[in-house]
Design a protein around this ligand. Structure first.
Ligand code: TRP
Length: 451
């Protein structure tokens, strides 16, 4: 299997990104995605958005704004798998499989649900008043997001740590019930970036939409200027020394400045720089750093169909991972084809395994290859070329070892990977359904016989 770190995080699409989201989540995530040893999966958690918001316009606007923000911020969609949760039908399907193993008692303890219950009780209402099953099951959907892609690291805010722990809990339970010794799901870890700034808002409290104290990120220079002018400061006049360490205007500046810029700003404040001028300097800094990205943002927003295309490509990449994995999970819980599975599964596997065979042959150039033929003679795989018969033999042996197959779909075909290289390819199929059926047949053919 792969040793690369899989990083995955979702962004709930209910709002318009502000400066705090950018410094606290977007900027570090984009940086992390540039690490050559990481595979990043970033997605718009729009199914999650439906839990909190029943305004279709707002959902739609926010999905576009958040997509445009991440793209304008420099997310490289060629490196990263960037998709909309709602474009991946395997996610709700996995959610159901997980719902069936998640303990209700576990979900009773979820902070978000408990907080709503407490509020109701305090108000003398029925404890579950106004609480949807969506809110209640929210952690299971999030577990499916994470487990579907076997993420190792999940960068989140502190309020989400419990949800990542629940994902481990639910995943472990599934592994235990259906794995037969195999760990289907990797145990994810929450990643809390200690060094990342929590930005103060206009009034000095944490910048947050719910406090109405945000500075918009990309909407317009004018709006940004307007917001900056409303940053609360003390009443010291120009010429009087200011205390940078007790100024959230300074904290905001710091989050975007180089060390040298920061020191200069600090010295100037100590020497009596007026607040009006200080705000102007903050605007100049932000405008300098974000101006180009703002341009890109507006371009993207004015061409929604380009964004649609990018996200559909992202969905395809994500589904190439999700679909074969879900097929395996369906198999594990007993949602199996009637065709390949007789009532007694062991006997059926035996037959399939006996019937499938490897046939090796030599190419004119002296290299060795093999085919894997199904019971009916259909070719399941054609290998790549190997220098000698021994190398080819080692691969066929490995394929029959019962270790998890690393299958990767590519358009209407798929390939088999071992140790970071393709060793064999399927044929091209007429459609995805026949391709997936062939994958199914391959898995059955290669399942070792258990006596
Ligand atoms: N619940 C997360 C939040 O509100 C968003 C989210 C949904 C998420 N699915 C996820 C985060 C999976 C990380 C992994 O912030």
């Amino acid at each position: 299997m792969t040793t690369r770190t899989r990083i995955l995080t979702g962004i709930t699409t209910t709002g318009t990104p502000h400066l705090g989201n950018y410094a606290g989540a977007i900027r570090p995530a984009i940086l992390a995605s540039q690490d050559a040893n990481a595979d990043s999966f970033y997605f718009l958690a729009d199914y999650h958005a439906l839990i909190k918001c029943d305004d279709p316009q707002r959902i739609q606007r926010s999905r576009m704004e958040i997509a445009a923000t991440w793209l304008a911020g420099g997310l490289d969609v060629n490196r990263v798998t960037f998709y909309r949760q709602s474009d991946i039908p395997e996610i709700p399907e996995l959610t159901w499989l997980l719902t069936c193993v998640a303990a209700k008692g576990l979900l009773n303890r979820a902070h978000a649900y408990k907080a709503s219950v407490d509020k109701n009780v305090e108000a003398g209402e029925d404890p579950d008043a106004g609480i949807s099953m969506g809110l209640y099951s929210y952690p299971v959907l999030m577990a499916a997001d994470i487990l579907m892609f076997n993420a190792h690291k999940v960068p989140v805010g502190r309020d989400q740590i419990q949800h990542v722990e629940m994902a481990r809990d639910i995943g472990q339970r599934f592994n235990h019930l259906f794995g037969n010794g195999k760990e289907f799901f990797t145990m994810p870890e929450a990643l809390i970036e200690e060094s990342v700034a929590t930005l103060p808002g206009l009034d000095g409290r944490k910048m947050s939409k719910s406090y109405d104290n945000t500075i918009p990120l990309f909407t317009s220079a004018k709006d940004m200027k307007g917001a900056i002018s409303r940053i609360v400061t003390d009443s010291r006049a120009p010429g009087e020394a200011k205390d940078p360490d007790n100024s959230h205007l300074f904290t905001l500046y710091q989050a975007f400045a180089s060390k040298a810029q920061e020191e200069e700003f600090r010295a100037d404040l100590l020497q009596g720089l007026g607040w009006g001028e200080a705000k102007n300097r903050l605007f100049q800094l932000l405008d300098g750093q974000l101006g180009e990205a703002r341009e890109r943002y507006h371009q993207l927003m004015s061409r929604p169909s380009d964004m649609e295309d990018l996200l559909l490509i992202g969905a395809k990449k994500a589904r190439a991972v999700a679909a074969p994995f879900l097929a395996e999970l369906r198999e594990a819980v007993g949602l199996r084809s009637f065709v390949n599975q007789a009532a007694a599964p062991v006997a059926a596997k035996k037959k399939a395994a006996k019937a499938a065979r490897f046939v090796s042959f030599r190419e004119d150039d002296g290299s060795f290859r093999f085919r894997l033929l199904a019971a009916d003679g259909e070719q399941l795989l054609l290998s790549r070329n190997f220098a000698d018969g021994k190398a080819a033999g080692a691969v066929t042996k490995q394929l029959q070892s019962g270790d998890a197959l690393d299958l990767r779909t590519e358009a209407l075909g798929f390939s088999v990977w071992l140790d970071g290289a393709v060793v064999a390819d399927s044929a091209e199929f007429a459609d995805e359904a026949s391709r997936d059926a062939a994958i199914e047949a391959l898995r059955v053919a290669l399942t070792p016989i258990e006596d």
